[in-house]
Design a protein around this ligand. Sequence first.
Ligand code: R5P
Length: 300
Amino acid sequence: MKVVVSPPGYWLGKELSRLLGLDFVDVLEKSFPDGELYVRIAQPDKVANADVIVVSTFYPDQDRAFLKTLLLIDAVKSSGANKVIALVPYLAYSRQDRVFIPGEPVSSCVIVESLRAVGAEMLVTVDVHSPRTLECFKGPSTNITVQDVLIRHAIRDLDNPVLIAPDRGALERVTSIAKTYGLECDHLVKQRDRVTGQITYSPKELNVSGREAVIVDDIISTGSTIAESARILLKGGAKRVIVVATHGLLVDNALERITSAGVQKVLLADTLAVRHLHPTVEYINTSLALASKLRELLNW
Ligand code: R5P
């Protein structure tokens, strides 16, 4: 028996169970008067002796979503599940994947080690910020990319586009997708002040003049990275800037920041439990690609 368990409010679990032809088991959730969280698996008998995929994403409200996932995995194990696979499309805290300033924790390791500690035997993420994070998980783990789907969509009507990684860290990801589609790619040189969070860009020659530039990133949070990148590309003569990102947190006035920098379109994957309605934003359904990559990975 193989089943999918997912908390209320996140559409992906149900969709994946449909695409994979697996039973879906609901979760009941409430908050106690003092704010503490309570979860219960609606049909624990369906989970007993089953291989269970717990589908849960860590945005919005990342701390509570993380705790909810830990409680849920424990509940699934206590109900007698045979094996638990945690599918966490957006793994919050993945950007703190090392000690940048002495005295800091490696938050990403704390998160994945906790998932393991409560009983997740396998971890699957989607476009996790850095592969280093998964190395902390003491068990099999995989990162699935859906950026190929987003980029395929983005370049449909573009003529000779160039893919741009907004920093060196993102270059590897972008290079491999550029190769797949036979596109040119380049990167910008970003530095972030580790104390203030302020970003600056170093000058760099780019072959974007008269071309359509597609910025590719994993996360958009405040939108500063994208806005600064877009300004540089437009200043360098790009005809149009569009953006592809997997996890669109879009905090505060991120979209205003991005559009006022001249970005014409933002394509996002549907990895979060929130959507932003805005004329510039388009969500691409990646569940089909995710389901097929999962089927291949799990051999289900
Ligand atoms: C950082 O390296 C990430 O890949 C993103 O570029 C970053 O998290 C985006 O943050 P923001 O939108 O606040 O600039």
